[in-house]
Structures are given as structure tokens and as C-alpha cells.
Ligand binder design. Structure first.
Ligand code: FAD
Length: 320
């Protein structure tokens, strides 16, 4: 089933559904860690499960004489396979993420063909981030510079038009495409208005819904939705929530995700003596956010799990 249909059904019923995002295991780890997380969250009837995509990363290995060897590796492969394995095991829809970074348009097309063959109907189309050590995104020489280019590619495949085809009449694919949105603006966007204009471009290219970057102040989400509506974006905008869990995140989250932390949250976290206390603060904060968003009748709440099912279980028990 397409995610947009799940969202529309929830909207029609006036419900808020639960959804979450998982990371593939680190290379060498067992897929059972994923299944254990899902087992803990299945009682909350997830509408769908997103699986992140991890492009290649740069790793430095120390050699004799202090020399450093630069290696390019993928630490978390398996996004498409995990998505299919979850669908087969649980009968829950999955949304594999697909990023432009590190792949040619031919590689991307091949991954989409695999998804189609596996019965996956949903994909979150993203540009991806820069490689470690780089401060600007460099597209693959035969790839795409922006998510909108990937969305156009998927739209063409849905019409049976491939960039590389061995036969005359290619099978049309059937993807429902979601995209990322940034209530506090994408780090590289010159301002919020241009960022929203580019979001609109992604919708006009065929994306059917938006999932937001994490935010810790609901006012930022409501303002973003209002600005998107004013700009003519009418598709559902699904809020993404991440429970705060360690003191280190006070600097890590703003640095990595370019989000602002409300003063009340910062003070509550600073007053904690242990990370377990921080986790409890994070749970209370996320529950409060989720309840307010539910009252505002958002059709789905998307949780960033970061592998912590225990935290999400505690939140879901209070909200769903
Ligand atoms: P785009 O929409 O292409 O935007 C990138 C920047 O370019 C923005 O500043 C935008 O304003 C600007 N822009 C867009 N279009 C144009 C244009 N035509 N001309 C000029 N400027 C333009 N990363 C991963 O690697 N793997 C994941 O699984 C993953 N999952 C994510 C899930 C969610 C819900 C979110 C919010 C982010 C996720 N990311 C993931 C991070 C994402 O890849 C980065 O934030 C990336 O830097 C931007 O991706 P995008 O798809 O939003 O890019």
C-alpha cells in the first residue's frame, strides 16, 4: 500500500498513526537487532517503517610508521534488503530511503528496479549529505545534484521511461515518493523562503508528502506548515520527532542537524546528573510534543529511533 493512501486514510478517520525510522545494522552485525526493535514496537500498530540509506564514508586506517590509509567504505549497507525482509516478516509497509550522493543515475535506477521487483511501493527521495571532510555536496559525475532530480527520475520510471533500458516498452514502476522538509531551514539554504520554494519544486516533480527534520519546539513545525501552505504546498507534512537522550546531544544535535533547542529543554538536560536522567527528560519532552501534535490532528507521527526501541516504547505507551 502506498504511504500517501495510509496518510489519507488516517486524515479521513481523524487519527494520528505511529511510524518510525530505523538504521540498517553496522556492517557485520546481524539483522536480528532490527527485528528485536520492530518486535517491541509492533504493539503500537506502525503505519509504516522507514529504513535509512547510508552512502559511502571515509575511514582512515593507521599503518606502520604512523601512515594513514584512506579507505572508502559503506558502514551500513542493506537498506533495500532490510525493507523487503520487514515486509515479508511483518506485513508492514516499508519506506527505503534513497540518496543521490555517491551513486550514478544508473545505480539509482537499478536500486529502484530491485525495489519494484521486491514489491516495495514507497521511497523517500533525498539528496544525501557531503562526505566526511567535505563541506559542499559533490554529486556523482553521472548522478544528481538535488533530490528533485531523483524525484523526476522516479516520476519518469513510473511512466515507463528509464534512463537505461534493454527493451522498447519498459515496465512502469509504481512508487509513492516522500521527501524531506526542514522546519528550521536546511543548513545550506540561503533562507527559509528559498528552501520552501525548492520544497515546492520537489512536490511539483511528483513527491506526494513531506517528512520533517527533527524539531524540539512545535511552534517551529506549525509555523513551517503555515508557510508551506502560503507558498502553495498542499501535501501532508509529517512531523519527525527525536527523543533527546544524552547530554552530549546538547551540542551534537544543533551541529549535525542545524536545529535549535528550547531553553527549557536545555536547562532540564543540564540539571541531569546521568544520561538515564537525560533520557527520561527526553521522553517527557517528546510525549508533550507528540500529544500536542496529535491534538492538532497530524495524520502520522514519525519517530527517529536511533536504535533505542525502549525509549520509543515508553513514549508510544503514553501517546497511542
Ligand atoms: P534537497 O532537497 O536537494 O536540498 C538540498 C539543499 O539544496 C537545500 O539547501 C535546498 O534548499 C537546496 N536546493 C534544493 N533544490 C535546489 C535546486 N534545484 N537548486 C538550488 N538549490 C536547491 N541522509 C542520508 O544520507 N540518508 C538518509 O536515510 C536520510 N534520511 C533523511 C530523512 C529525513 C526525514 C530528513 C529530513 C533527512 C534525511 N537525510 C538522510 C539527510 C538529508 O540527506 C540531508 O539533509 C541533505 O543535506 C539534504 O537532502 P534533501 O533531500 O533535503 O536535499
Amino acid at each position: 500500500m502506498k504511504v500517501i493512501d495510509i496518510i489519507r486514510q488516517a486524515e479521513a478517520a481523524g487519527e494520528t498513526r505511529f511510524a518510525f525510522e530505523l538504521l540498517p545494522p553496522l556492517k557485520g552485525e546481524n539483522i536480528n537487532s532490527i527485528f528485536d526493535t520492530i518486535d517491541a514496537l509492533v504493539p503500537f500498530d506502525p503505519a509504516y517503517i522507514n529504513i535509512t540509506y547510508h552512502r559511502e564514508d571515509v575511514k582512515y586506517v593507521e599503518r606502520e610508521g604512523g601512515l594513514l590509509e584512506r579507505r572508502v567504505v559503506r558502514k551500513r549497507p542493506g537498506t533495500v534488503a532490510i525493507s523487503a525482509a520487514i515486509m515479508a516478516r511483518y506485513g508492514i509497509e516499508t519506506v527505503p530511503h534513497l540518496v543521490c550522493g555517491g551513486s550514478s543515475k544508473f545505480d539509482l535506477e537499478d536500486m529502484l528496479i530491485e525495489m519494484e521487483f521486491l514489491g516495495i511501493e514507497n521511497v523517500l527521495a533525498l539528496r544525501g549529505d557531503c562526505l566526511k571532510g567535505e563541506n559542499l555536496f559533490r554529486p556523482h559525475p553521472e548522478g544528481y545534484a538535488y533530490a528533485v532530480d531523483l524525484i523526476r527520475h522516479i516520476g519518469a520510471m513510473n511512466r515507463g521511461e528509464y534512463v537505461d533500458c534493454e527493451i522498447d516498452n519498459c515496465m512502469p514502476t509504481h512508487f509513492c515518493v516522500g521527501v524531506a522538509g526542514y522546519p528550521e531551514k536546511h543548513a545550506q539554504a540561503p533562507n527559509r523562503a528559498t528552501d520552501i520554494a525548492y520544497l515546492k519544486q520537489k512536490i511539483e516533480a511528483g513527491a506526494e508528502y513531506v517528512v520533517t527534520q527533527m524539531f524540539f519546539d512545535n511552534a517551529k513545525y506549525f509555523e513551517y506548515v503555515a508557510d508551506c501552505r502560503a507558498a502553495g504546498i498542499t501535501v501532508p507534512i509529517i512531523p519527525g520527532l527525536k527523543p533527546f537522550s544524552t547530554k552530549r546531544q546538547l551540542s551534537l544535535l544543533p551541529q549535525t542537524f542545524h536545529v535549535d533547542l528550547p531553553q527549557a529543554l536545555v536547562e532540564a538536560v543540564e540539571a541531569c546528573r546521568t544520561n538515564e536522567e537525560v533520557r527520561q527528560v527526553g521522553i517527557r519532552w517528546a510525549v508533550q510534543q507528540a500529544k500536542e501534535l496529535r491534538e492538532a490532528k497530524v495524520p502520522v507521527l514519525h519517530f527517529y529511533t536511533m536504535g533505542r526501541s525502549d525509549t520509543i516504547v515508553q513514549i508510544a505507551q503514553e501517546v497511542f
